[in-house]
Write a protein that binds this ligand. Structure first.
Ligand code: C5P
Ligand code: C5P
Ligand code: ZN
Length: 470
């Protein structure tokens, strides 16, 4: 298997087989999944695969697995609960629940248990080699290898939603095998192209305006500068019918002209070629979807899903994944407009709050200004902008409706390679303040009591200092 730890992959497949066997023995199964794009695709893969098996299925979406949720699930006495894109954190602490888990977050010690499938158990990295949706897909594939390979398309969307293509500018590791399934099943295609968001559905000037990996000095965030840049290259902004032209509407020569001028711009500004070339990489298209819609590009599809369950509209995301292209999609598109506006406003709000810089981290506190369910996305965008210092990890704080504080932590691969582990930092620091935390080395989160933010920052800074100095 290309680029994947073969032994780990074999063990992962074996675990998937075992989980499929557990499922086959049950009639009624309750799915519990996460509210982000990877969570929605994970839940949808499980839901569809179980329906195809003729099971009696129910599903719910949760922000996190706190004690209240576990207590309720215990009282509900489900015959079997299938946790997707979450669950590893409670794998060893809830013997009262009959469960299976397909997750990719870092695991607690001694959690290599028969009902638990997680890449970290088998020496694979869940932050970029396989997502929650990928882990769930492995079980779906075992349930029916002949008919369920089409569900790999949802696993690709989930992986893109979790930015698993970010480290290598393409999907690698076990994700690559899932991609091969999708290509063979005729549900997805991979191609090399510009990686900026909005290839299919945004006017070209907007694609440049919102560019962030790498940022384009003088163009990123500047609408009129982007328009002027394109005019100078003789690229018409509109077609004959006055429609805004999108990246996919450009011909090969136009695309080449733009890319070579963007690369020159970055190199002239002193960016090294490795960073500049990050604008090019693999993009994933979903063959069954209409070209030029938010559904055709996997990253754009993931953003559409992020506009749903993060705002409590779970059914919208679920039904779009299950194939609805009518009313649910219409509602999803409305939510997407609101989500985009919230991200733009949220990013500005975070910048206005001011980023506090310490020796080993930087942070901002949005209080009630940014929803707790999207503060992670905003924190990531901020780290990729020129307002933050990309040599430091960043924490974003926001209040929740439950009178607690949500923390989102984000970093770069360079710091992770130097020993940074935000998952461990969030888990240990949150526990110290009676909160809960975890995630991945590069991106993690926590919920802590209100009023503890400053002490929390000091505590996390101390942990990060130790991680980077060891
Ligand atoms: O809960 P879950 O694992 O699905 O979320 C993963 C989070 O990690 C996402 O918010 C994603 O943006 C972030 N991430 C990142 N950089 C990576 C990998 C993941 O910011 N290289
Ligand atoms: O919520 P946010 O996007 O910041 O989360 C980043 C990563 O940390 C996600 O993978 C999420 O599932 C994880 N996380 C966690 N425990 C928490 C909060 C977030 O494992 N209490
Ligand atoms: Zn995930």
């Amino acid at each position: 298997m290309s680029g994947c730890n073969e032994e780990g992959a074999t063990l992962l497949n074996k675990r998937a087989q075992h989980l499929a066997d557990i499922i086959k023995k049950q009639k009624k199964i309750h799915i519990v999944t996460h509210i982000d794009a990877d969570g929605i695709t994970s839940g949808s893969i499980a839901y569809e695969a179980l329906q195809r098996e003729g099971k009696d299925v129910s599903i719910e979406f949760v922000k996190s697995l706190d004690d209240k949720v576990i207590e309720r699930l215990t009282e509900e006495k489900h015959a079997l609960v299938w946790f997707t894109d979450l669950g590893s954190s409670i794998s060893t602490s809830t013997p009262q629940l009959n469960k299976i888990i397909t997750d990719h977050h870092e695991c607690p010690p001694n959690s290599d248990l028969g009902f638990h499938l997680n890449p970290h158990l088998f020496n694979l990295d869940g932050s970029f080699e396989i997502s929650g949706a990928g882990a769930t897909y492995l079980v779906a594939r075992e349930l029916n290898p002949k008919h369920n390979k089409d569900l790999s398309a949802l696993a690709i969307i989930g992986a893109c939603g979790d930015l698993q293509d970010r480290t290598h500018c393409k999907l690698v590791g076990y994700n690559k095998e899932i991609l091969n399934d999708a290509i063979q099943a005729g549900v997805a295609k991979a191609k090399t192209d510009i990686r900026y968001f909005g290839r299919e559905s945004r006017p070209i000037s907007k694609l440049l305006q919102y560019s962030n990996d790498p940022i384009l000095p003088g163009l990123t965030t500047r609408e009129s500068a982007c328009t002027a840049f394109l005019c100078e290259l003789d690229i018409p902004l509109k077609d004959n019918e006055s429609n805004w032209r999108r990246w996919i509407d450009l011909d090969k020569t136009e695309r080449r002209t733009i890319i070579s001028n963007l690369l020159t711009l970055l190199l002239n500004k002193g960016f090294n070629s490795q960073i500049a070339l990050r604008m090019i990489g693999e993009v994933y298209e979903l063959s069954a979807e209409e070209v030029g819609t938010e559904l055709h590009d996997a990253k754009e599809f993931a953003t559409l899903l992020n506009s749903t369950a993060r705002y409590g509209e779970y059914e919208v995301g679920l039904n779009i994944c299950l194939g609805d292209r009518g009313e649910w999609l219409k509602r999803g598109r409305t939510l997407l407009r609101g989500h985009r506006a919230n991200l733009v406003e949220g990013l500005q709000y975070a910048k206005d709050c001011g980023i506090q810089k310490q020796d080993f981290l930087q942070y901002f506190h949005a209080k009630d200004g940014i929803r707790d369910t999207i503060v992670g996305i905003v924190t990531n965008m901020l780290l990729n902008s020129d307002s933050a210092d990309c040599s430091l990890p960043i924490l974003g704080f926001a209040y929740t409706d439950e009178d607690t504080v949500k923390v989102s932590a984000r970093s770069t691969q360079i710091l992770v390679d130097r020993g940074l582990d935000l998952s461990a930092a969030m888990q240990v620091a949150a526990a110290h303040f009676d909160g809960v935390g975890g995630g991945h080395n590069i991106a993690a989160g926590a919920t802590i009591p209100k009023g503890k933010e400053e002490e929390f920052v000091e505590f996390v800074e101390h942990i990060i200092k130790e991680q980077l100095q060891n």
